[in-house]
Design a protein around this ligand. Sequence first.
Ligand code: ADP
Ligand code: MG
Length: 145
Amino acid sequence: MQKLNNNIILTKNADETKDFAADFAKNLNGGDVLCLYGNLGSGKTTFVQGLAKGLGIKRRIFSPTFIIARSYKIDDGYFYHTDLYRTQTKQDLLELGIDEIVKDNKNIVCIEWAEKMGDMLPEKRIELYFKYIDEDKREITIKYI
Ligand code: ADP
Ligand code: MG
């Protein structure tokens, strides 16, 4: 892993992304919402797999694309992994209960395709932008909003 500057890192394979995410998880607290942006294959789910490991979750993390949301018990709340790629309308999001999920300050929430949240995005969030550089390299930009 290479740090390009304060908020941009470059990983040279999937394991480096997972290791970076596992480290990143150590600084997370209940109520944190992570918004993940980037094309298919840019490494969002891979990052979440590492993050879950860093949170002490032993279960394997599958991409929630077809199920949209999965939850895993942590401390007194839950770790939520959602993928909004297939959601179409605000109604889809409300049915998912994403507004309640992000409001609960016991939860840690990762949202793939967070741009689908529109005005439902929480004011305070961590944004992570994933960029495909080549087959094994990804650039990750982190912004605290
Ligand atoms: P997304 O969720 O953004 O669609 P995935 O994490 O599901 O992306 O897929 C990323 C793919 O790219 C995986 O097959 C992973 O093994 C591969 N890959 C190769 N290099 C990297 C890297 N540096 N970081 C993350 N994934 C990588
Ligand atoms: Mg994904």
